[in-house]
Design a protein around this ligand. Structure first.
Ligand code: NAD
Length: 338
């Protein structure tokens, strides 16, 4: 397949700048890629054609000036995005923003005419996320929601489908993050005939997104999504809690997930597990984003829009239809790697 995949991104934070560095790096390497070639596309087929943010120190700057630790070929300028939410819980934005109207944003997006708009804005910006989805539909591009905002509904999916587009979401599941690892462990324990009784996952992170997640309503929402996502692996009720629990600036862009689990084996013998996983948030999301958009581009070009179910189950913690983690990877690879 020779077409390029044009993406526009709302939110120029940690994940977006890492994704852009990755697109530069993978012009000359494939090391660290989950699927170097997927759905007929290489990573070099993905091109970023528009970036939007509302941070006053970012809007109007060239991305090559903001990403200082990597030499970029791109001379894209960050354009103003839409702001529809209160900014009180976002310490990076509470002193002022540079935004534009919905109508002007749609004009900018139409000029770029991307295949996908990727929503990578701060946690808690639910109304802005909804507006970005609406703008995608109006512009005629597919939408990818990496945030935990509940945007993807059956109704909205039907609207995108009727225009030959896809909406994918919600809440990106990192390649080897707290949730994916937790689900994989659960699956293995159950497959070995062990009965899980109680478990928790406590996350500590040091980046801006974790800080934003400390607002109680956002934290509660994320905890619910993670707990429900993990429950998909276990065919019976058990006592479980999972969520972002604390912000510790000294961790930087790292996240540590602490797991504890109690299970029962033969004669009710106790199996107890206590471990920690340290990962980097932004790099952990990029393979999944790049895989999903390459898969979606192929499915859209074949008018096979029902494949959004498989892509969403692979890439998100809160898709419309949840699969077990092993089944989601199998279904995705069967559909897109041959
Ligand atoms: N692996 C991962 O990192 C991962 C996994 C799951 C979900 N996510 C989600 O992805 C999103 C991005 O994560 P991040 O670490 O890059 O966040 P970040 O806080 O580093 O960056 C968010 C950016 O969005 C901008 N922004 C806020 N409101 C905006 C608006 N209305 N329009 C345009 N820009 C806006 C901010 O100014 C900031 O530059 C978050 O919602 C996060 O929860 C990330």
């Amino acid at each position: 397949m020779s077409d390029k995949i044009k993406i526009a991104i709302a939110g120029f934070g940690n994940v977006t700048s890492t994704l852009i560095k990755g697109l530069q790096f993978y012009k000359n390497s494939t090391e660290g890629l989950w699927h170097p070639k997927l759905a007929g596309f290489d990573i070099t087929d993905v091109v970023v054609t528009g970036i939007f943010d509302i941070h006053p120190a970012k809007v109007g700057k060239k991305i090559s000036d903001v990403v200082s630790d990597c030499k970029l070929d791109s001379d894209l300028t960050i354009q103003p995005g839409i702001s529809e939410d209160p900014l009180s819980h976002n310490s990076a934005l509470m002193w002022g923003i540079k935004s534009t109207t919905y109508e002007d944003f749609v004009i900018s997006l139409k000029k770029i005419n991307p295949d996908f708009l990727i929503n990578l804005i701060s946690s808690g910006m639910d109304k802005s996320g909804e507006k970005y989805a609406k703008a995608s539909l109006e512009t005629g591009c597919s939408f990818f929601n990496a945030t935990a905002s509940k945007i993807t509904t059956e109704q909205l999916r039907a609207s995108f489908t009727s225009k030959g587009l896809m909406i994918l979401g919600d809440d990106l599941m990192s390649q080897f993050g707290g949730t994916a690892f937790h689900r994989g462990m659960m699956e293995f324990i159950i497959n070995r005939g062990i009965k899980i009784e109680k478990a928790y996952q406590l996350d500590v992170g040091g980046n801006q997104d974790t800080q934003n997640t400390m607002a109680e309503e956002i934290r509660e929402k994320k905890r619910k999504i993670k707990t429900e996502s993990i429950a998909v692996e276990v065919p019976y009720p058990f006592k479980s809690t999972a969520g972002t629990t604390e912000f510790a600036e000294q961790l930087g862009n790292s996240r540590v997930s602490y797991y504890w689990m109690e299970a029962k084996g033969f004669l009710g013998s106790t199996i107890e597990m206590d471990l920690a996983l340290k990962t980097n948030d932004s790099t952990n999301g990029c393979n999944v984003i790049l895989d999903s958009i390459r898969a979606a581009k192929m499915a859209i070009s074949k008018k096979d829009l029902g494949k959004s179910e498989i892509i969403s189950a692979y890439a998100f913690k809160n898709p419309l239809k949840k699969f077990k983690i092993r089944e989601s990877i199998k279904a995705f690879e069967e559909a897109f790697t041959n």
